[in-house]
Design a protein around this ligand. Structure first.
Ligand SMILES: N[C@@H](CCC(=O)N[C@@H](CS)C(=O)NCC(=O)O)C(=O)O
Length: 205
């Protein structure tokens, strides 16, 4: 049994963590949940993640939930993979900004666009402000890079890149060349290719 176990459903947000695990290169086990059958609400899984959501990651005795937190944790726990900006490096602040921008701004902006609220909230009430501003901030950040932190590919690219990939796939993001080129660069990564192939195998089974 590997020290790392991913509680996974495919396709879902736990695929973000599967990509991250493939980037890390450590052995891991998969514990598959059938979301359509309600496995995530069964008592044995709620004991792991009381939110009833995937992903969850067990690392020895530790359980971590929330995809971005898991990616941040893995990058720090396995520094040899070079996916973190370590404490003490002045660039860490920007790195953490992007890790929080994913679930804090980008994802809610996309979700509100996909399923608009009945009453439009005031801009000041929304942590992400408004969709167009989120796009205006993100597009230049992924324009040339080649990654968010420049030459270094990090966990922030796994988090933001997964949401940009998904948003483009479902036409929930504008077809900006910054986004299409960034996604194309990410797709060249062997770890992402492996993660997608493994998830496709699961989906076909
Ligand atoms: N904030 C969580 C969201 C996780 C989430 O919503 N996962 C979905 C799959 S994409 C899920 O488990 N859905 C099952 C359900 O809500 O019943 C994270 O980022 O990890």
């Amino acid at each position: 049994m590997a020290a790392l176990t991913l509680y996974h459903a495919s396709p879902s947000r736990s695929s973000i963590v599967r990509w991250m695990l493939e980037e890390i290169g450590e052995p891991y086990d998969i514990h598959l949940l059938r979301l359509a059958e309600g496995d995530q609400q069964k008592p044995d899984y709620l004991a792991i993640n009381p939110m009833g959501k995937v992903p969850a990651l067990a690392h020895g005795e530790v359980v971590i939930t929330e995809a971005a937190a898991i990616c941040t944790y893995l990058a720090d726990a396995f520094p040899a993979a070079g996916l973190s900006v370590p404490i003490g490096d002045a660039r860490r602040g920007v790195y953490l900004k992007w890790l929080f921008f994913g679930p804090g701004c980008l994802e809610p902006a996309i979700m509100d666009r996909a399923a608009p609220r009945q009453e439009a909230p005031r801009r000041g009430m929304l942590g992400y402000g408004d969709f167009d501003t989120v796009m205006k901030v993100l597009a230049p950040a992924v324009a040339s890079g080649p990654y968010l932190m420049g030459a270094q590919f990090t966990a922030a690219d796994v988090v933001i890149g997964s949401t940009v990939r998904w948003g483009m796939m479902f036409k929930l993001l504008p077809e900006l060349t910054e986004f299409t080129n960034y996604v194309a660069r990410l797709r060249e990564r062997p770890a992402l290719q492996r993660a997608l192939a493994l998830d496709n195998e699961l989906a076909a089974a």
